[in-house]
Design a binder for this molecule. Structure first.
Ligand code: C2O
Ligand code: CU
Length: 476
């Protein structure tokens, strides 16, 4: 290190941030600048209070669902036979489908067998207690080869979710270190009247689009006329366009939240945000296409359902379904934030480039959104960056209030992952009811690795973990 840098370091950490250099080790609490969204200000460096590490799920009690996941870095065969390089959990990718019933205590023991960069598991869309959120350098240290880490949380909300590594996530998720989690309502468990149910995790391995690790067609047995719930999970970096052939269908859930009064759809496809989930209720025989020749084909053995061409139109969740009361009043917001995504030429960590900006600022000089538990929060997410950004807030579900000034009129549209296309501006609202320190980032994980990352911090929280450090924590 040149002597001048050493002197400046001694003069205080501020120098690094002001020139957009990223220290090798830092607390995300110290990133950027505090944004209180017009609400009361509080001490924001969090030197006293509750540690993120203490915001765990239940420490005692026998788990209802107990899973051990062993992560390896290896070449492996897809379910359809092609060999790819990447990562596995218990020998395959996707990893095991985890199933739980509302109220279950879920325990997952993650073992890093030989992933040299270390790993974590983030429960995407599950609003877990903060210490179970699985973000390296924010809610835990990366689990290194030979180590294990236990996650424990109660599955409170029925829905379709997924889990993935949040250490070097842009490489590890793309390489296959993920799986799905389905939480079913208590009545549905073993209830013969419930529709059959299939998880369709869409992922592209080395340029091969797959559903559940299978290229081409995935048959699902169902009697003619039987309703089947197809749970689409988009684990890729870009938006997924899916469509149904064989008859009308309904969009029954989005991001693990039921749609209120869904209506029949025909002649329209659906868009699944990167990281997002959309549950479709189809009637056998039917076929759900996920592009690049992949489809779930639902029906009796051997049934063939011809694929319709992809429709031009897609279901608009802003107006789909019937309205229902919200659990809080967005008109009584305690804080209002702006998350404006742009792009400009500049230096990030000394590297010249055409970088993403948040509210005009380059990483890591980005806003830290500060809230107090119980706040009703409104946020405007806008994008004039020239790209699509699937924005993901950890630990919370937000409801979409409007898009480009047009108010939502359909079912409450709850999201944890929102596709914000170039030129779009969304107003969302959420209740700050899950204390901790939460990422709020783009789920095009390559964009996140390029700095499209901010955080939501609750008053009275302290952060014991560091990005970098002895575990080489690298959440993006
Ligand atoms: Cu799917 Cu920050 O994660
Ligand atoms: Cu992005």
């Amino acid at each position: 290190m040149p002597a001048t840098v050493g002197v400046l370091l001694l003069a205080g950490g501020g120098w690094y941030w002001s020139t957009s250099l990223v220290p090798s080790t830092y607390s995300v609490m110290d990133m950027g600048y505090a944004d209180f969204g017009g609400g009361p200000e509080h001490e924001h460096h969090g030197s006293t209070g509750t540690s993120v590490a203490d915001l765990t799920g239940p420490a005692t009690g026998d788990p209802d669902v107990d899973v051990r996941l062993e992560a390896r870095q290896q070449a492996f065969d897809l379910a359809s036979g092609e060999r790819v390089e990447g990562y596995t959990l218990n020998g395959s990718s996707p990893g095991p489908e985890i199933e739980a019933t509302v109220g279950d205590l879920v325990q997952v023991t993650l073992v890093d067998v030989d992933v040299s960069d270390g790993i974590t598991l983030h429960w995407h869309g599950v609003d877990v207690p903060n210490a179970e959120d699985g973000v390296a350098g924010v809610t835990q240290d990366a689990v290194e080869p030979g180590e294990e880490h236990v996650y424990r949380f109660v599955a409170e909300d029925a829905g379709t979710y997924w889990y993935h590594s949040h250490q070097v996530s842009h490489e590890q998720v793309e390489g296959g270190l993920f799986g799905t989690l389905v939480v079913r309502p208590p009545a549905a468990a073993g209830d013969a009247d419930e529709p059959a149910d299939v998880v369709a995790a869409v992922h592209t391995y080395s340029g091969r689009r797959t559903i559940g690790g299978r290229t081409g067609l995935t048959p699902v047995l169902a009697e003619d006329g039987a309703p089947v719930r197809v749970r689409l999970v988009n684990t890729d970096n870009g938006p997924l366009r899916a469509w149904v052939s064989g008859g009308p269908y309904r969009v029954v859930a989005v991001d693990g939240r039921d749609v209120h009064e869904p209506t029949d759809v025909s002649g329209e496809g659906v868009l699944v945000t990167a990281g997002g989930r959309v549950d479709l209720l189809v009637t056998a025989p039917a076929r759900v296409d996920a592009g690049a020749g992949t489809a779930v084909v639902v029906g009796p053995e051997g049934v063939e359902v011809p694929a319709d061409p992809e429709p031009q139109e897609r279901v608009d969740l802003l107006s789909y379904g019937g309205p229902a009361a919200l659990p809080f009043d967005p008109d009584q917001a305690d804080r209002r934030f702006e998350y404006r995504i742009g792009r400009r030429i500049g230096l990030v960590d000394g590297e010249p480039g055409f970088w993403w900006t948040i509210n005009g600022h380059l990483f890591p000089d980005v806003p830290m959104f500060h809230v107090t538990e119980g706040d009703v929060v409104r946020m405007t997410i806008s994008n004039d960056s020239g790209g699509v950004h699937p924005m993901h807030l950890h630990g919370h579900h937000a409801v979409v209030l409007s898009r480009n000034g047009v108010a939502a009129t359909g079912s409450p549209w709850w999201v944890d992952s929102l596709n914000v296309a170039d030129g779009d501006s969304y107003e969302i609202a959420f209740l700050a009811d899950n204390p901790g320190l939460w990422m709020d980032h783009c789920h095009n994980l390559d964009h996140a690795a390029d700095g499209l990352v901010a955080h939501l911090a609750y008053a009275g929280i302290t952060e014991p973990y560091r990005v970098g450090g002895s575990h080489d924590n690298a959440p993006e």
